[in-house]
Structures are given as structure tokens and as C-alpha cells.
Design a protein around this ligand. Structure first.
Ligand SMILES: [Zn+2]
Length: 675
């Protein structure tokens, strides 16, 4: 009885404790750590499909390179949430475009808090899977499978490290090559021997400075290969050699081995063994080996970063690539460790101040880094450096010739205005502009349009049954048991499972060949005015000026012939393609079939004509996409002329939308405001 009572009291106490802890729990567990299981697997096949495509391309160029998938166990949303929840953890230069800056307005030391979009862009490894930028994933820790003496020998070639030295240590004399010592240092410090070589060369140069000669007056016999403690106040060399004397580095072996260990302690030994992981701390505190698994607490992630600047890993990848190329170790066995997150979005695009279809977009064509200067001269200060394939808008082509350089005035994606040498820019072919319609088709069922060719791809929109779509690429991919086509529907581009499409472009061709009229108001053509506009016709038209007939629908297409002004051409396909800012008709002229820019052709069709202009009935917004929530590109005031690209291009939000151009901007306006 007594015992039972005691048990009851204990039970009640336990229950009270449970209730109290439940009440307190929300506060206590607020910062409770989550656990994530991480694994590392070697080989391209261990990556998601979209990584594989890019990696296979790189592998084809560099067969000795290997790739490891670092499965972080983190979902994309989790990483993004952690990287954005602390304002100021991620930064961009304060002069960056508004789309790069966080709305919190936090600025410190010239750097502004970064926007979620730009964080997502730099966080997404898929944006950097090219020959150069992949170096942010380069393994900078020691890997016994790929690091060997012959590799180190190649790395030190043509430098002072390509030598055999004799040194005394603990009363004994040794003769070794620097390469042997460096490989030993790699094993002991767990740092890649290539990182050790490049770090030494970076510090003391290819010929070696006084820090490593052992002959500096007052510090004879002391060595410091990594310039540790060589602070700039006073004499940096003396500071470094004092440091070496304090450490007892009185021979080259100790100076390299101990120095490498010190460098490694400050860097890679925190488990962060790539430039990417230095910035994005999505890994545990120990280095994960291939084939292994580890469990990591969220409390050990996200905060341990070596820099706040989101662009830093990408900038570093460029200098790492250069160093490897220069030291002749580019084609050695290099290993790249690339993080993978779960539930990744279709893409994380770079936010830019550039609207889609912007004119005068160029891409950087030099690999060494293109300097953007404050004025059109080599004496202008460097505002930023652009890397290969980065996009810029040319404000004024051939702005000035100065210092034997022809300068273009440009604006960068991050909003910086400046000047660059024009020869390093190539006219950019926007994929949305060069997309050629290869066929048209009708949906046989309601069909999901996805951002990527996969049933798990982000849903762009659902296309209703019986709608027509423009096919941009047939058999773009095979995934999840479907063959995917790249298509355009209204203003959206994406991928659909091809089995739900019925190709109607062939039908059209057949019917026009047999002279049956396809424009008789059938349900198909009523549903799809735009469709009719791109269909095959045998309409004739006249050139409004002398115009080049090109083999392909682009300004760089081979010229078949030049058609003089006022000549009749037969239109094979109206609005067959859009590229280089033009709409192209496929036409036949005196036996040649090719493409001409539509604006130089006058047609009589009321449905669609690129040369047709309309006037605004009132002030009206030009939107990037054909919907009332579409981004406003510009507000066109009343009575202005706009050029119609595609009449009735879309129906949305109760409006019919025309695709038009106005002041070099291409977008959509609600048709009711035009006359
Ligand atoms: Zn912020």
C-alpha cells in the first residue's frame, strides 16, 4: 500500500515534469540542432542528371579529373533558409544592382547584405560546372589515391623547388628533393601537395625570396616558405624570419613540414576542403572520405565561413585554375568535390538588372579576367573583374580609343557602369532569342510544362488540352520513362512529355500542299491565333528595302542573295524564328529558300505583321510576361506608337495580350489599350 502510494507520487511527479518540460520545450528546443547524414561517392553517375550532363562535358576535355558527389543531406530550402536568416552573413559589393542587395539595407565596409536570389545563384553548384569555375570544388586536402611524387615534380618544374637540397636536422645530414619534402608535408598536414606548391610560389615567387635563402643578414640559417608571421608592419621579411627563428625552423625540411601544418590548421582541417566549402559551410567538422557516411549536427554548420562575399569562391576558382595551368598540373589527377542538395529547384538564375530580350547583351570572351575600369583608359581604376561568359550590356560600342585600346562603355549584371576593352566582348545570343521553332503541336491532354526534363522538375504551368505549343527541340531528354520535348507555350518555355503532343506542323504542310484552306475558323485556329500566324502559307509579300536572304535565321547566317527593294517573295513560314532581336520569315525568292528579317517585308495579313504599329489609347504598362502580374518593363504613355511582334500572343487575366516592342524593349501589353 505504502509502496503503491510512493509509486503514485513518483508517477505524478513524472507527469508534472513532462507537462512542465512540454510547456518549456518550445523555448528550449527553439535552437535544437537537427541531424543530417552526409555521404561522399566517387563518380559522375552518383550525381543528379543535370550535374551529369555538365560533368561529362568537362570529363571529355580532362580525362584525368575525377568528381565526387558530396551528398549534404540538406534540402535546398534548408540551406537557403540558414544562409539568409542571419543578415550580413552573405554580402555583395555595395554598388551591386538592387537585385543583388537585400532589402534590409545593411551595409558594412563597402559590402551590402546579399539578396536571397544572388545567394541562391552562388550557392547552386550547377551554375559553376565549367572548366574554370569548377575549381571552387577542387579538393585542397591530401588524397593518397591521386597525389604522388611525379605529380609534385611536375608542379615544381621551372621553379626553385625543382631542386635537391642537403640540410642538417638534429645533427644528421639529409639529401632530398623539395618534391619529396612537399609530398611528406602533404601527408602530415593533410593538405594537397599542389596547394602547398601553389601557396609557396604565391608567397615567395618562382625563384624564391630572401625568406627561403637561409642567407638573410642577421637571420642566416632560418627559413619561412609560407611567410607565416610576415606582417607588413616594418620589414615583412624580417618579421617572417623572426617567426621562423622562434619556431626553430633552422632547416628547409622543418620549415616546410611545420609551415604546411600551420597553414592547414587555419584552413582545411575544419572539414572544409574546397574553396566552396570555405564559404558555404554545409559540411561537418572532419573531412569526409569517399564511400563514407557521417552524421552532422546543424550547430556545426553554416556559421564557420572564411569570407562573407558570395562571389569569393568563383573568383578563387579563376586564380586556382590559372595557377594549375601555369604550373603544368592542370592535366594531373585532380579531384573535385561537389555538393548535392535534395529538392533542388529547376535552376537558380543570376538575378540581373537586365530584362529578358534586352538589346546589346554581350558575353566576356577572355579567360584571364576582364577589368572594368572607371574611365576609358588603362589608367582608370579597376571597378570589378569579369570572367568568361559573364554577361554585360554595352551602353556605347566603341566609346573611345585610348592607349591603343578601343573601349566600350558597359553595364555589368551587378549594375556597375564602366569601360572595358571591346575586343573581349562577343555579342551574346540569348537562348530565348535564338530559339527556333522546329514544329508546332497540339496537346492531347492537360499537360504539365516543367522547368527541367523530369517529372520532378519545377512546374511552370499546366497547358490545357487542345492547345498548340511551339516545339523548340524534339527529343531533348529521356527521363522517368518519357521522351521530353522543349516547347514554348504562351510566354513560357520548358519541357513536356512528348507522348501528350500531336505534331500538327506536318498536317499543316500537307494541307497547304493540297490547297485546302486551314484558316476556315476551325476550333484549332480560333484557339490559337498565334499558331496560325506561324503556320505555313503561300502568301506573297514585298521587300520594303534591300534585304539579305540568309541560310539560317540569324544575322550571322550565310547570305544566299540580297533581295532588292520592292521585290516579291513567297512566304514559306511567317515568324519562323526569333534571333538577334529580329523576327525572321522563311521565304522563297528566285529559287532560293532562306530567312529574312520580317521588318523589311510588307505582308497584308491582319493577323500578324512585324512591321505593323499601333498606338496606345491610354498610358499602359509593357510587361515582361503576358499577365497582369508580369514584371513592368516600362510604362508607355498615351498616344505612343508600338510595333507589333505577335498579335494576340496570349490570353490571360481576362485580357488578350499583344507582343510588342517599344524603345528597344520587348514585352506584352493588353490589346484593349491599343488602337
Ligand atoms: Zn539582409
Amino acid at each position: 500500500m505504502n509502496l503503491l502510494k510512493k509509486t503514485n507520487i513518483i508517477m505524478v511527479t513524472i507527469i508534472i515534469i513532462i507537462i512542465v518540460s512540454l510547456l518549456v520545450a518550445p523555448i528550449c528546443s527553439y535552437a535544437a540542432a537537427a541531424k543530417y547524414t552526409q555521404s561522399l561517392k566517387s563518380g559522375i553517375s552518383n550525381f543528379p542528371k543535370d550535374y551529369q550532363v555538365a560533368l561529362n562535358k568537362i570529363k571529355a576535355e580532362h580525362p584525368n579529373w575525377t568528381f565526387e558527389a558530396y551528398n549534404t543531406g540538406l534540402s535546398w530550402d534548408t540551406v537557403l533558409l540558414n544562409e539568409t536568416s542571419t543578415h550580413g552573413r552573405n554580402r555583395v559589393i555595395k554598388s551591386a544592382d538592387a537585385s543583388w542587395r537585400c532589402s534590409c539595407g545593411n551595409v558594412a565596409s563597402g559590402y551590402a547584405c546579399a539578396s536571397k536570389d544572388i545567394i541562391a545563384y552562388y550557392l547552386d553548384p550547377r551554375n559553376f560546372l565549367n572548366e574554370i569555375n569548377i575549381f571552387q570544388f577542387l579538393e585542397i586536402s591530401y588524397n593518397e589515391n591521386i597525389h604522388n611524387l611525379s605529380g609534385v615534380k611536375a608542379a615544381v618544374k621551372n621553379t626553385f623547388l625543382d631542386n635537391t637540397i642537403t640540410y642538417e636536422k638534429d645533427g644528421n645530414q639529409y639529401t632530398k628533393t623539395y618534391s619529396e619534402i612537399i609530398l611528406e608535408a602533404a601527408k602530415q598536414s593533410k593538405m594537397s601537395p599542389y596547394s602547398i606548391v601553389t601557396k609557396i610560389i604565391q608567397e615567395v615567387g618562382t625563384k624564391g625570396s630572401s625568406s627561403v635563402s637561409g642567407k638573410y643578414s642577421g637571420y642566416e640559417g632560418y627559413y619561412n616558405f609560407f611567410n607565416l608571421g610576415a606582417y607588413d608592419s616594418g620589414n615583412a621579411i624580417v618579421n617572417g624570419l623572426k617567426y621562423a627563428r622562434d619556431k626553430g625552423w633552422d632547416n628547409q625540411y622543418d620549415a616546410i613540414i611545420d609551415g604546411a601544418k600551420e597553414v592547414a590548421n587555419g584552413y582545411t582541417n575544419a572539414g572544409q576542403n574546397t574553396a566552396y566549402f570555405y564559404k558555404w559551410d554545409v559540411v561537418g567538422t572532419s573531412i569526409l572520405k569517399s564511400g563514407c557516411t557521417q552524421t552532422v549536427s546543424s550547430s556545426n554548420m553554416f556559421w564557420h565561413q572564411y569570407m562573407a562575399n558570395v562571389q569569393d569562391p568563383t573568383s578563387q576558382s579563376k586564380s586556382l585554375y590559372n595557377t594549375y595551368a601555369k604550373n603544368g598540373i592542370l592535366e594531373k589527377g585532380l579531384n573535385f568535390i561537389i555538393p548535392v542538395y535534395t529538392n533542388m529547384p529547376g535552376t537558380a538564375d543570376m538575378p540581373t538588372g537586365f530584362p529578358e530580350n534586352i538589346e546589346n547583351l554581350y558575353s566576356v570572351n577572355c579567360t584571364d579576367g576582364l577589368r572594368v575600369r572607371s574611365k576609358a583608359s588603362t589608367s582608370g581604376s579597376i571597378l570589378t573583374t569579369l570572367y568568361k561568359n559573364e554577361k554585360v550590356q554595352v551602353v556605347t560600342k566603341d566609346y573611345a580609343t585610348e592607349d591603343n585600346v578601343t573601349w566600350d562603355k558597359i553595364k555589368t549584371a551587378s549594375g556597375i557602369n564602366g569601360y572595358v576593352a571591346g575586343k573581349y566582348l562577343t555579342a551574346y545570343k540569348n537562348t530565348t532569342q535564338t530559339q527556333t521553332v522546329v514544329a508546332t503541336a497540339k496537346t492531347t491532354d492537360a499537360l504539365k510544362l516543367r522547368k527541367t526534363a523530369s517529372t520532378s522538375g519545377v512546374l511552370v504551368t499546366t497547358i490545357p488540352k487542345n492547345k498548340s505549343v511551339d516545339i523548340l527541340q524534339k527529343n531533348a531528354a529521356t527521363a522517368n520513362g518519357y521522351i521530353w520535348y522543349k516547347v514554348k507555350y504562351e510566354s513560357n518555355t520548358g519541357y513536356v512529355a512528348s507522348k501528350y503532343l500531336k505534331d500538327i506542323s506536318d498536317e499543316k504542310q500537307t494541307s497547304s500542299e493540297s490547297n485546302t484552306n486551314t484558316d476556315t475558323g476551325t476550333s484549332t485556329s480560333q484557339n490559337n491565333v498565334a499558331k496560325v500566324a506561324t503556320s505555313n502559307t503561300n502568301e506573297t509579300a514585298k521587300t520594303t528595302s534591300s534585304v539579305k536572304l540568309r541560310k539560317t535565321a540569324k544575322t550571322s547566317g550565310k547570305v544566299l542573295t540580297t533581295i532588292p527593294k520592292g521585290k516579291k517573295v513567297t512566304i514559306v513560314k511567317k515568324n519562323a524564328a526569333k534571333s538577334n532581336g529580329y523576327t525572321w520569315h522563311k521565304v522563297t525568292y528566285s529559287g532560293n529558300t532562306g530567312y529574312v528579317v520580317s521588318k523589311y517585308i510588307s505582308t497584308n495579313s491582319g493577323n500578324s505583321s512585324s512591321s505593323k504599329t499601333l498606338k496606345t489609347k491610354s498610358s499602359v504598362k509593357l510587361r515582361k510576361t503576358a499577365k497582369t502580374s508580369g514584371k513592368v518593363l516600362i510604362t508607355i504613355t498615351k498616344g505612343k506608337k508600338v510595333t507589333i511582334i505577335k498579335k494576340n500572343a496570349a490570353k490571360k487575366n481576362g485580357y488578350t495580350w499583344h507582343k510588342v516592342t517599344y524603345k528597344n524593349k520587348i514585352g506584352y501589353v493588353a490589346s484593349k489599350y491599343l488602337k
